[in-house]
Design a protein around this ligand. Structure first.
Ligand SMILES: N[C@@H](CCC(=O)N[C@@H](CS)C(=O)NCC(=O)O)C(=O)O
Length: 217
């Protein structure tokens, strides 16, 4: 039995999408962000970090497993589903798969987070975001160039690397940071949002301000 501890408007939306893609049964337990956007205390009772996602597998190989870190969770789930959406077989795809799986949280999210935080600071925010913006553009240009070469981050097929990249790119797009000219990235966002599995995950997770259900389009 898999339980996803899901925080509204958060990275854990990716885990729901991953599970819908690979077709494993799961239960969602929902948590609501507090006014300052932090996670509620209940998540701390489950894991010392008190962040989301937390995934519990009651039937793990060594009994109950409590796992954090979205990339690790996606890899764990891909293994559990017999490799679905996991490591591709061809060499080039495999290398890109690993790269983007780590790149989402390791490189893009920290810069995006810095941008979103500094841009909210009165007065100083404008100056600081001017310095962070070029750093973010380097990433967004790299992503655009990669997606101009192939439909999915690793290659011809969707993988967990696409799931990982969804949150930073949705956040960038929704906050108006993506820019008008990054057409391949926009087309990729449209492609992921059109997937029935993505739409099912939206229904399971409840309100998510970074993508709209197709029924509301
Ligand atoms: N790198 C971690 C980041 C986890 C994380 O920061 N989660 C955010 C949700 S987007 C959170 O729980 N924030 C609430 C808080 O920090 O109190 C992952 O990908 O799982």
């Amino acid at each position: 039995m898999l339980i996803v501890h899901h925080l509204n408007n958060s990275r854990s939306q990716r885990v729901l999408w991953m599970l819908e893609e690979i077709g494993l049964d799961y239960e969602v337990r929902s948590y609501k962000r507090r006014a300052d956007m932090s996670a509620p205390q209940e998540l701390k009772a489950l894991h010392p970090l008190g962040k989301s996602p937390v995934v519990e597998d009651l039937d793990g190989s060594e009994g109950r497993i409590v796992l954090v870190e979205t990339g690790a969770v996606c890899e764990y789930l891909a293994d559990k589903a017999g490799g679905r959406l996991g490591t591709p077989s061809s060499c080039g795809d495999r290398i890109r798969y690993r790269q983007f799986l780590h790149y989402a949280e390791g490189s893009v999210m920290p810069v995006l987070f810095a941008m979103l935080v500094v841009s909210r600071v009165p007065f100083l925010g404008k100056v600081s975001s001017k310095r962070v913006r070029p750093m973010l553009d380097v990433h967004l240009d790299f992503i655009e160039s990669e997606l101009s070469l192939r439909p999915w981050f690793a290659g011809e097929d969707i993988t967990a690397a696409d799931i990982m990249m969804s949150f930073p790119l949705e956040a960038a797009s929704t906050r108006g940071i993506l820019g008008e000219n990054r057409k391949a990235t926009k087309a990729w966002l449209d492609r992921i949002h059109a997937r029935p599995s993505y739409q099912r995950a939206l229904e399971k997770g409840g309100a998510y301000s970074f993508a709209r259900p197709r029924s509301a389009a």
